[in-house]
Design a protein around this ligand. Structure first.
Ligand code: PBG
Length: 340
């Protein structure tokens, strides 16, 4: 027996002809057998808007992300459109003096969010604008709904967000994305939008939004972290519950949602997969602020190759069945994809 045979005696016997590594041997074979791809069409860019002009204000817990004034946002949207990013999702940082217990500023047709939508549609008509109707940027307590006697009241909140959605549609919003997890909101929104003549305005439901610790930096970005009393567990889904999440999504589908979302993303890839299997609708994942910050900060500290992990996580959403990803990395990823 030669020395070589002796060393491979056990391995040869087990692997036989079954060698997975043949397809992995070179860049060209790997490209040939690649099952999932990320393209710029998969990216939705969440952005933060503040009052004023010519302002770009960094957010400490979201390195690389800034709050932008409406004029700057319009320019940024143009850049995103030029890169081929299909849509942006806007979130406003409302002045404290305009926030109150019911979030009434959301019913101001000319509020910051609606101003941003109108400016973006004017500057970059071909990029989609997705707007949220949750009340949290507008309330003095940071909750997503109307707070009464210690409770987030469901039906009254739904009535208000329907009115808000109609104003957002009037300002030019293409897709309403309700993130506040009230019951019955999708049906009410569809009904309200249709009655107001906005049959072509879509609904992307934050169908499965989990009660999560990953939202921290977002709350800094829209300045609700200091305001929020208690948590959102009475309306967001418990991390432990997958069948409940699917049931919640099924109701949204029945009520007329056009697209579904899973939020946060990476810790809930099983939900992405199950949603895609269960419903014949596009499913999007929101790689939320805490997910972004973990990658960014670990990268800034030299622990990981941030660009590589960015691309790896975005591709993982595609592998898990998602049709796209809301991500603060959208511009960076689009630039990288354009170079490749
Ligand atoms: C609330 C809302 C949240 C996010 C967007 N809208 C969650 C929250 O503050 O409870 C989180 C987005 C992110 O973390 O990137 N309506």
């Amino acid at each position: 027996m030669s020395e070589r045979e002796d060393k491979t005696h056990f391995v040869d016997h087990i692997t036989g002809h079954r060698r997975m590594r043949r397809n992995r041997k070179a860049d060209w074979t790997r490209r040939m057998v690649r099952e999932t791809r990320l393209t710029v069409d998969d990216l939705i860019w969440p952005v933060f808007v503040i009052p004023g002009t010519n302002i770009e204000e960094p957010i400490a817990s979201l390195p690389g992300v800034s709050r932008m004034s409406v004029d700057r946002l319009a320019e940024a949207a143009k850049k995103a459109a030029d890169l081929g990013i299909p849509a942006i999702a806007t979130f406003p940082n409302i002045e404290m003096e305009k926030r109150d217990g019911t979030g009434s500023e959301i019913l101001n047709p000319d509020n910051l969010l609606n101003q941003a939508t109108a400016a973006v549609k004017k500057a970059a008509p071909d990029i989609g604008v997705i707007t949220d109707v949750a009340l949290d940027p507008f309330t003095s307590h940071g909750h997503d709904g109307i707070l009464r006697d210690g409770e987030i009241v469901n039906d009254e909140t739904v009535e208000q967000i329907v009115e808000a959605a109609i104003l957002q549609a009037k300002a030019g919003s293409d897709i309403i994305a309700p993130s506040e997890m009230m019951d019955g909101r999708i049906g009410a929104l569809r009904h309200g939008l249709d009655a107001a003549g906005f049959q072509n305005v879509g609904i992307m439901s934050y169908a499965t939004k989990f009660s999560s610790g990953y939202y921290g930096p977002y709350r800094e970005a829209i300045s609700t972290s200091g305001l929020l009393k208690g948590d959102k567990a009475s309306y967001y889904i418990d991390t432990a519950n997958a069948t409940e999440a699917l049931r919640d999504a099924a109701l949204d589908v029945e009520e007329g949602a056009d697209m579904l979302m899973v939020k946060p993303g990476l810790p809930y890839l099983d939900i992405c997969w199950r949603m895609k299997e269960a419903f014949s609708l596009p499913v999007f994942a929101y790689q939320v602020s805490g997910e972004y910050a973990m990658i960014r900060m670990a990268s800034d500290n030299g622990a990981i190759d941030g660009e590589r992990v960015m691309m790896e996580t975005l591709l993982s959403f595609k592998r898990a069945g998602c049709d796209g990803i809301l991500t603060y990395f959208a511009i960076e990823a689009a630039e990288k994809l354009a170079k490749a």
